[in-house]
Design a protein around this ligand. Structure first.
Ligand code: G3I
Ligand code: 9MR
Length: 587
């Protein structure tokens, strides 16, 4: 009898505990909502009764009551969804949603700077990725650590041997960021990353001028987004062979380091084969950096000139070596040691030619580059990725269209139309109906690094806004921030340390090996990827749910610099533009 009573008591306590827990069946941006923006939550519990309530944070007051939309089936998982739309409510504060059959949501904010913390954390994440220097407690708190991978003695891999630098020559290539969860650095992936961060600054200088991230350089008269990118830029400069202008494809171990801290890593480091993609990506970044650094000549005398010289020298090498592709398998058949780290091999480098030519034209105004722009211009615009960088060139031509329009042969209106058409196609089909996001309306969105697809879609949409001033595009970009922050079929806010339920077991050597439970904050996880190439255990395997918060999963739960960069761009852009969203809410 006593035992039955004890069991009953246990069940009652457990039930009340469960009731007090936020429901995992209400998916929303876990940071919250801009005061004047649309506000949507998605209910994914099987039984949906039709009504939802907006409550004060203490659950005592009901502030808004609404009707859930009829359930509909999601296209890329077996999830049924109902929409709770409370866009008409706009008072700032902290709130909870209550849905009778689903329970209480996580608490969330309504405010005018809802993504400011995300914007700062996503930029700060690059400080934690810095190589060859200690990460100090006054900037990193409990994530402080010793330095590692000094890269002052890096070997020329036999694949990279040249007359003046035979195999095993020692060069110095310190600094830069770790690429991702691994400890290597890759020029190709640095290319799109640097461009995206520098472009965030070019597009929204006033916002980024004031965004401080508490890094060692903060307060030195340069914006922190520039301070941070300079750390990787200086490394990139070491990757150019001063004897011919060629650029090594990567600086790497032969094989991935174990899951240990940097200070314990002592494997030999190599620079491997020069490639045309590396030279062109390098040229593009250096050309872009050069024109931005003109504004900071006082603080950084000579650096803009050095960058421009480096860009032109790499371009010159590419012209002489126009089709040196990086094929790791072929390279390993010829040289020892075999290199098995990330390849970033790309067999179509038309877009790299286009991008580099666009950046060089925008910076120098020299007509010589127009020939390549016309030769390699894309037929349609595409969402950028590390292996498809054409849109980066288009964005730049359009950013400088006032000065470049005199080159009528560029036909800038056609390039502009391509970007607007791409944004139009993202918006035109109505997005993912079940979650009301632009992300996830095509199965093709769910690839390795799918969360970066969502953020790069966001950048296309923001560019369409900058070109047309049509504010619908900002609202569309915001739906993808909502996706990243929790309004998705997994229910995760995909940025470490943000929101109420975010990845804890990210595939990230620094976060796994440091012995600290919480991962390094501000990192964007790769996201759903039904490819599941890591062969880890996935509980859910459909396109929009194939995500697992385990450190085994490099195919869905790694982080990478090229994924975080568009998050920095989009979160900053939304902060800069949020006041434009007022139009989109019906009162
Ligand atoms: O290009 C094909 C396309 O034609 C085809 O339709 C599609 C079908 O799945 O696949 C495409 O290739 C994919 C390729 O990325 C380009 O998108 C591969 O399947 C996919 O496996 C490959 O994933 C890359 C992964 O490395 C493996 O090479 C990711 O994009 C890339 O972000 C990732 O990068 C790694 C580095 O190598 C090492 N450091 C960590 C970093 C992040 O995981
Ligand atoms: O940690 C590596 C990660 O950065 C890469 O994206 C991934 C794919 O190249 O590879 C990871 O390393 C794994 C390796 O490929 C296979 N053995 C296990 C490694 C992870 O511990």
């Amino acid at each position: 009898m006593a035992r039955t009573a004890a069991t009953l008591l246990f069940v009652m306590v457990w039930l009340s505990f469960l009731q007090a827990q936020p429901s995992t069946n209400i998916q929303l941006n876990q940071a919250g909502f801009y005061t004047h923006a649309p506000k949507i939550a998605v209910v994914t519990s099987p039984a949906q009764s039709g009504i939802f309530y907006l409550l004060s944070a203490d659950k005592k007051d009901t502030l808004y009551k609404g009707i859930l939309s009829a359930p509909e089936n999601s296209a890329y998982s077996s999830t049924a969804t109902s929409i709770a739309d409370f866009s008409a409510f706009s008072a700032a504060g902290v709130y909870i949603l209550f849905v009778p059959d689903a329970g209480y949501s996580y608490p969330f904010n309504i405010s005018n700077d809802i993504h400011r913390a995300l914007s700062a954390a996503s930029l700060k994440s690059y400080y934690y990725q810095r190589m060859s220097m200690p990460i100090l407690p006054q900037y990193a708190g409990k994530w402080a650590r010793a330095g590692g991978h000094p890269d002052k003695e890096v070997l020329i891999h036999p694949s990279a041997a040249s007359g003046k630098r035979p195999a095993h020559t020692v060069i110095s290539s310190p600094g830069g960021w770790y690429d991702a969860g691994d400890y290597n650095k890759y020029i190709v992936n640095s290319g799109i990353t640097m461009c995206t961060l520098l472009t965030a600054y070019e597009d929204f200088p006033l916002y980024f001028d004031t965004l401080q991230t508490n890094i060692p350089e903060t307060g030195n008269g340069l914006p922190d987004i520039i301070n941070e990118t300079l750390y990787n830029l200086r490394w990139m400069l070491t990757m150019q062979d001063p004897n011919d202008g060629g650029v090594y494809h990567k600086c790497t171990n032969a094989a991935f380091d174990k899951m240990i801290m940097p200070a314990g890593c002592h494997n030999p480091r190599y620079v491997v084969q020069k490639s045309t993609a590396a030279a062109l990506d390098f040229a593009a970044v250096m050309a872009q950096a050069s024109r931005i650094l003109v504004s900071f000549k006082k603080q950084l005398p000579g650096l803009n000139d050095s960058c421009l010289h480096a860009a032109q020298y790499a371009w010159h090498w590419a012209k002489q070596n126009p089709a040196v592709l990086y094929d790791q398998r072929a390279m390993n058949a010829l040289y020892q040691p075999a290199v098995t780290t990330g390849a970033y091999g790309d067999n179509n480098i038309k877009d790299e030619w286009f991008w580099a030519a666009c950046e060089l034209l925008a910076t120098t105004g020299k007509e010589a580059y127009i020939q390549e722009i016309l030769h390699y211009r894309p037929a349609v615009a595409a969402i950028p990725s590390w292996n498809n960088v054409a849109a980066l060139g288009s964005y730049t031509l359009l950013r400088y269209k006032n000065t470049l329009s005199k080159y009528r042969q560029l036909n800038l209106p056609a390039i502009e139309q391509q970007v607007i058409d791409l944004a139009g196609s993202l918006v035109g089909n109505g997005g993912n109906r079940a979650f009301r996001t632009i992300m996830g309306q095509s199965k093709k969105d769910f690839i390795w690094g799918s969360n970066a697809v969502a953020m790069n879609q966001g950048i296309v949409l923001i560019n369409a806004y900058l070109l047309t001033k049509d504010k619908h595009y900002i609202a569309a970009a915001l739906t993808n921030a909502d996706y990243i922050m929790g309004r998705n079929a997994t229910g995760f806010c995909f940025v470490t340390g943000m929101g109420s339920r975010s990845p804890v077991h990210i595939h990230h050597r620094l976060s796994v090996a440091d012995g600290i439970t919480q991962p390094i904050p501000g990192l964007l996880a790769g996201g759903p990827n039904p490819g599941m190439q890591d062969k880890c255990k996935y509980v859910f395997t459909e396109p929009e749910t194939a995500y697992t918060d385990t450190d085994c999963s490099y195919a869905s739960n790694e982080t990478a610099i090229n994924w975080n960069a568009p998050l920095v761009y989009v979160s900053g852009a939304l902060e800069a533009l949020q006041y434009e969203l007022a139009y989109s809410v019906r009162k």
